[in-house]
Ligand binder design. Structure first.
Ligand code: EPZ
Length: 445
């Protein structure tokens, strides 16, 4: 057990990959979506809740999944991660959890590691998880995760940058989230699944990834109702067993490719997605003048009309997703008129704006609002990726810019997009990866 990747990502190298993109090609053809990173991460954490094997299919081959494999293996879990044509499957067996801990070394590279907090307390009676600290897009505290666990009877101590949680056995409770939190809802959903008695959680996140996690937990023997709505009822059980589950498609990756087709005036078929997860974006694209049609599991984007400016306000699901805000901003730079983009979820999620301005965009930031005036012709430039979705925004802008763009620090995009350059090349984009794998010592990292 415990085989690593079939083709391992450069684990201990300091990769300085860059993308070189030449703009101007309309994207044409079919592009396939991978499994949702933000569904796979909680699903892998859910395996901690049982001593039996959990098999997950449609796992995306992205850096955050490898980080999660390392995180669980460090606790004593056996995680087999196989890729290859038909697989993208992981088998997790958390029979012997020697140390229910998540170290700062790993948590600082992926804040979603805090998803192990609830499952570890529920399964082992204790957990020691590094506080994630802030990240490029905001402070991102986990106070609501902690408050919820305390409601379930956990004793929480925070010191030396770690959260230590313990409980003989969690007890069901009424929990009302002060703010809607996706991983907070997921963390507590997993904790409550093994608590004694019933838990009712209100003001929950309604993202499809929450519902997908509940599907997996119910397959493992949990008794959860209402996931995907704002009120979730969980009847705690003594034990959970193994299960097999297929992760839902990545709606944010799908949204990114849909916007790429629109932006480049192309005609692409985004296959293997769930159009129902994208209602807010599809509605917005109608206002912008982009034609789309869809089947049960694909969306066709025809970008041959001129783009019209349209305002966007990011909200929790089913509103316009904050994870698509940066990509939409790239499109807005090419729309006729002024688009006002309001970011309501994170306090610092406009890092991509200045890089787009360097490419020729006309964007002014006023607090939580970005005023984008189009159509502004973009020209290729050397730009810097700052976080996962900002990187995606720069790729989209580069696809429509005049000339060549070099995007540095591409490891950000590798966290959440599987082989994005191969997928985009498959629909006619001129994109290649400049690999500069330097051993950590040489990079002085
Ligand atoms: C999840 O992050 C996603 N990550 C994010 O995707 C996504 O942007 C975010 O939800 C919003 O949709 C995963 O699912 C792994 P939140 P999460 O808790 O759960 C505040 C990507 O690009 N808050 O819903 O960390 C928080 O600061 C990533 O794939 C508290 O104040 O986000 C934010 O302002 C980026 N206290 C708001 O709530 C808490 O205890 C929403 O955050 C928790 C959150």
């Amino acid at each position: 057990m415990g085989l690593a990747f079939a083709h391992a990502l450069p684990e201990d190298d300091f990769d300085m990959d860059k993308f070189v993109i030449r703009g101007g090609n309309p994207l044409l053809g079919t592009i396939r979506v991978s499994g949702a990173k933000n569904a796979a991460l909680p699903a892998m954490a859910a395996a901690l809740l049982t001593d039996e094997p959990v098999i997950l299919e449609n796992i995306p081959q992205v850096r955050d999944i490898e980080t999660t494999r390392k995180l669980l293996a460090a606790m004593g879990a056996e995680v087999e991660l196989g890729y290859g044509r038909a697989q993208h499957r992981t088998t997790l067996c958390c029979r012997n959890l020697a140390s229910p801990e998540a170290s700062y070394e790993l948590v600082k590279t992926m804040r979603a590691s805090t998803l192990v907090l609830g499952p570890l307390v529920a399964r082992c009676g204790r957990a020691r998880v590094s506080l994630p600290g802030g990240c490029a897009i905001g402070a991102r505290p986990i106070d609501l995760h902690i408050k919820g666990l305390e409601s379930l009877g956990a004793t929480i101590v925070q010191d030396h940058g770690y959260v230590e949680a313990s409980a003989k056995r969690l007890k069901g409770a009424e929990i009302v989230f002060d703010k809607i939190t996706v991983t907070g809802t997921e963390d507590l959903l997993m904790a409550a699944a093994l608590a004694e008695g019933e838990t009712v959680m209100q003001n929950c996140a309604r993202e499809p990834e929450v519902a997908d996690l509940a599907d997996l937990l119910n397959k493992m023997g949990a008794r959860i109702e209402g996931a995907g709505t704002s009120t979730i009822r969980i009847k705690g059980v003594e034990k959970l067993h193994g299960a097999k589950h297929r992760i839902i498609p990545d709606r944010i990756e799908a949204a990114t490719f849909i916007l790429a087709g629109a932006l480049t005036g192309g005609d692409i078929n985004v296959a293997g997605c769930d159009p129902h997860h994208l209602d807010a974006l599809l509605q917005k694209l109608k206002e912008v003048g982009v034609k789309t049609t869809h089947t049960k599991e694909s969306i066709r984007v025809m970008g041959d009309n001129p783009l019209k400016a349209s305002d966007v306000v990011t909200e929790e699901y089913p509103g316009f997703p904050t994870d698509v805000q940066a990509q939409y901003m790239a499109l807005a730079t090419q729309a006729d008129g002024t688009s006002i983009i309001t970011e309501n979820i994170f306090e610092n999620r406009f890092m991509h704006a200045q890089e787009l301005v360097r490419m020729g965009a006309n964007i002014k930031i006023e607090g939580r609002r970005a005023i984008v005036r189009g159509k502004a012709p973009l020209s290729g430039a050397a730009v810097l990726a700052s976080d996962l979705r900002a990187s995606a925004s720069l790729v989209l802008a580069a696809l429509v810019a005049d000339g060549e763009t070099i995007i540095d620090r591409v490891y950000h995009i590798d966290r959440g997009y599987e082989n994005i350059e191969e997928k985009l090349r498959g629909v006619g984009a001129q994109i290649r990866r400049l690999g500069e794998i330097l051993p950590k010592k040489a990079a002085g990292a």
